[in-house]
Ligand binder design. Structure first.
Ligand code: AMP
Length: 312
């Protein structure tokens, strides 16, 4: 198994300008693992309640995801309710019910603890830290995500976590909130100073900005005619990004740049339908074609000696 992910496995109530869904399968670990499973072997660590549907377990299994680390315990599955009615790029949370996550204490199997790549998807930072501490050795690459709730109520453990990861993925609003800095490059540089070597700032329909100690890179979002449900876009970005890097083992600058485009590719699919509906039915050809569309979207001829800028 190449990538281990810990994060929420949820039933979401979501409202967007395109409609409403109740109890749809979601959670940060779900979006991440389905997106990453198109590229590499994924193991999931998390917890669900007895209300979790067998068909939903089968969704992970049909993507070859190792769910031996997904505990089923007494109680209700994590639930989140939110909308995107004011701003399609920003979720407004109505309710978060931790339910079975409130008492969750992850224990890793030997195979899971040896995973070379680790993604600490959005969940309470102390759980993310516990999984990181349980790894047999430091994975080749550790990335994490978070959200405004944990900045509000668990800032010290979140800061501890950020100091221990290689890559932080974070929304622009959350980057501003965490650093108290409006200007994103300054916020990113403050985050880079606090530990990670790469900070990916997710900007919804404006794409993702990758800040590294040695270089910066901008990955656009795909110009879709319609965004149906932005839920899970960030986790799907992370799934494509980390899935590509884990599959190739390429953690070089070129690998990170290409990974960011693969991430944008998967995020663009995620938002085309409610929940996991589009991500879980993708064909390799569709992924390849969308990736090529990104190559075209970002292509321009560099300046050389025969083609100088027409400066006066
Ligand atoms: P995103 O990629 O940020 O749109 O993530 C969407 C997913 O995050 C939803 O499916 C929710 O179930 C999940 N989620 C919402 N709030 C939390 C939270 N506080 N902790 C963990 N997961 C959450």
């Amino acid at each position: 198994m190449k990538i281990l992910v810990v994060g929420s496995v949820a039933y979401d109530n979501v409202e967007t300008p395109e409609g409403k869904r109740e109890s749809q399968l979601g959670g940060s670990a779900s979006y991440f693992s389905i997106a990453a499973s198109h590229f590499t072997e994924v193991g999931m660590v998390g917890v669900v309640g007895q209300d979790f549907q067998d068909d939903d377990l089968k969704t992970y299994e049909s993507h070859g995801i190792d769910i031996s680390g997904l505990e089923v315990v007494e109680g209700r599955t994590f639930r989140w309710a939110g909308d995107y009615l004011q701003d399609i790029n920003t979720a407004v949370t109505h309710e978060t019910q931790l339910n079975v996550f409130a008492d969750f204490s992850p224990t890793l199997s030997e195979a899971h603890a040896a995973a070379p790549f680790l993604f600490l998807a959005n969940i309470e930072p102390s759980l993310q830290l516990r999984v990181l501490d349980s790894m047999a050795q430091r994975p080749k690459l550790v990335a994490c995500d978070t959200m405004n709730l944990w900045i509000d109520i668990a800032r010290p453990s979140l800061a501890d976590l950020i100091s221990k990861v290689d890559i932080l993925t974070i929304n622009e609003g959350e980057a501003r909130q965490f650093t108290d800095e409006h200007h994103l490059p300054t916020a990113a540089s403050e985050l880079l100073d606090s530990g990670p070597s790469t900070v990916v700032i997710k900007r919804g329909e404006y794409g993702a900005a990758l800040f590294n100690q040695d270089f910066n890179f901008a990955a656009p979002a795909y110009p879709l005619a319609k965004v149906v449900d932005p839920t899970g876009a960030g986790d799907s970005f992370a799934g494509g990004f980390m899935g590509y890097i884990a599959a190739t083992g390429d953690t070089s600058q070129e690998g990170l740049r290409r990974g960011a485009i693969v991430g944008s590719t998967m995020a663009s699919f995620a938002v085309e339908a409610f929940g996991l509906d589009r991500l879980r039915n993708l064909t390799p050809t569709e992924i390849e074609e969308r990736f090529e569309a990104f190559v075209e979207l970002t292509r321009f001829k560099p300046i050389d000696s025969s083609n100088r800028l027409p400066l006066r």
